[in-house]
Design a protein around this ligand. Structure first.
Ligand SMILES: [Zn+2]
Length: 133
């Protein structure tokens, strides 16, 4: 489905597109959240609530938590733009692979070696999801 640049309709499903739809409630985003193992992400009303997802809340490093959430949201957004502007539909596993790659790079932002270890365990987690698809 190719939509006008001025369209306020979701390029994936044709529903009204806002941040909540695009990043959480769109069937495309829901698939990503389900694959990660966080289907509850598609049911929240506030992006702030993402940080309360059980698996994330258990991470003792705020920068790791925010890095993971940011990487997921960023890649959902980035590949939405690929569809809208380049007419390229990127499969979910590629999106998740990009999350793992971004997190692997973002480890250099961390100074605490324990936080790096925590982040790298999440890189492995995302890589394992991709290999299972
Ligand atoms: Zn949609």
């Amino acid at each position: 489905m190719l939509l006008s640049l001025k369209s306020q309709l979701c390029a994936y499903c044709g529903a009204h597109e806002d941040q909540g739809h695009l990043l959480l409630r769109c069937p495309r985003a829901r698939r990503i959240w389900r694959l990660i193992g966080w289907p509850q992400a598609a049911c929240i009303d506030s992006f702030r609530d993402l940080w309360d997802i059980h698996d994330l809340a258990l991470i003792p490093y705020a920068k790791v938590r925010s890095g993971i959430v940011t990487a997921v949201l960023w890649n959902i957004w980035k590949y939405r733009n690929d569809l809208v502007f380049n007419n390229v539909l990127v499969p979910a596993h590629v999106t998740l692979r990009a999350v793992a790659t971004d997190l692997d790079l973002w480890r250099y932002r961390l100074r605490d070696p324990a936080a790096v270890t925590s982040l790298l365990s999440w890189v492995d987690y995302f890589c394992n999801i991709v290999t299972l698809l």
